[in-house]
Design a protein around this ligand. Structure first.
Ligand code: ADP
Length: 313
């Protein structure tokens, strides 16, 4: 039984916006799943429906086999949600916030306190437990929301843009934590604008665009679909211009390195000799990170231009 099954999910908001146009999605148990898409694609609406915050207009959703229509409370108890906007009571004490959340899920107070201690320690907030939420930094508030979402130990953790605006160092500590609880067995669904984050953490990726799923596949398969790959070449001397060489797309970077984009079926053999003929000696090269970003831009922009063309015809 999958952690999450979504069948033909539709949502039309009262203002007439069709946010979801029949979404099918499966998230396996233990998976680390990235739900991606441009702004307005329908990610937050999907998460809202799954966690019973938004009513659907059609379709079925099951969380660990519990229908959100007929077993709503059970379905809800399987989910821990970290929403996009900070929705903490800022004047409440940090420990109290987590303990009270345990109470909403019916945990005995002693157990809620024990869990609050465990997760606040793991998220490096225990020292601040008597402080009020308002005094925490942005990154700490996000971590507090994660501790709060975990207090009832849900089997499915859903995070909507958990690291938005969080600096890179804190983001990496959050990644380590999420990886660890995923390894302990929690299924995780994540939306993010940082495609590097999705590529680093997630084993599966679903891309949603204009209320439909355009890709739902293992990350490695998705990355394999990339038609082009980009490498960064580091010349012995920083460059101020790049030569024009037939068959290769070369681009100068601000740091004097050069990017080269090639079709996956072609090879880099030959480019080094040709650069050398232009007096450019390459000392090292590396793949440009964030391949997912390249794919995403390709896919979403192509669909957007197809839609525009359709609208014009
Ligand atoms: P994403 O999370 O991918 O950015 P959303 O699910 O927030 O996308 O939004 C999908 C579409 O639904 C957008 O066109 C958005 O403007 C619209 N929408 C979202 N929430 C509401 C709402 N409460 N009322 C009306 N329209 C909404």
């Amino acid at each position: 039984m999958p952690a999450l099954t979504i069948r033909q999910l539709r949502k039309r908001y009262p203002n007439g916006v069709e946010a979801l146009r029949g979404i099918d999605l499966n998230v396996e148990r233990g998976d680390f799943y990235a739900l991606l898409g441009p702004n307005g694609a329908g990610k937050t609406t999907t998460i809202g429906v799954v966690s019973s915050l938004v009513t659907k207009s059609g379709g079925d959703v099951e969380v660990f086999g519990h229908s959100i229509d007929t077993d709503r409370e059970l379905a809800k108890s399987e989910i821990g949600l970290v929403p996009q906007e900070i929705n903490l009571n800022l004047f409440e004490k940090i420990e109290t916030i987590v303990v009270n959340q345990g109470g909403y899920y019916g945990l005995p107070r002693a157990l809620a306190k024990q869990r609050a201690e465990k997760y606040l320690k793991e998220l490096k907030l225990w020292d601040r437990r008597r402080d009020i939420a308002r005094n925490l930094s942005g990154g700490m508030k996000r971590r507090l929301m994660i501790a709060r979402a975990l207090v009832h130990e849900p089997r499915l953790l859903i995070l909507d843009e958990p690291t938005a605006g969080v600096d890179i160092e804190i983001r990496r500590t959050m990644w380590d934590f999420l990886r660890e609880i995923n390894e302990r067995g929690t299924t995780i669904i994540l939306t993010t604008h940082y495609l590097e984050e999705a590529e680093t953490l997630c084993r599966h990726v679903g891309i949603i665009d204009a209320g439909t799923i355009v890709i739902d596949a293992p990350m490695k398969d998705v990355l394999r679909r990339l038609q082009r790959e980009t490498f960064v070449l580091n010349p012995r001397e920083p460059l101020s211009t790049v030569p024009v060489i037939d068959g290769y797309e070369l681009e100068l970077r601000k740091d004097g390195d050069m990017e080269i984009s090639i079709d996956k079926s072609s090879s880099l053999n030959g480019i080094f000799d040709r650069l050398s003929a232009h007096g450019i000696d390459i000392v090292s090269m590396r793949p440009k990170s964030n391949r997912l970003e390249e794919l995403f831009i390709d896919l979403v922009e192509n669909r957007q231009s197809a839609r525009n063309a359709e609208a014009l015809s």
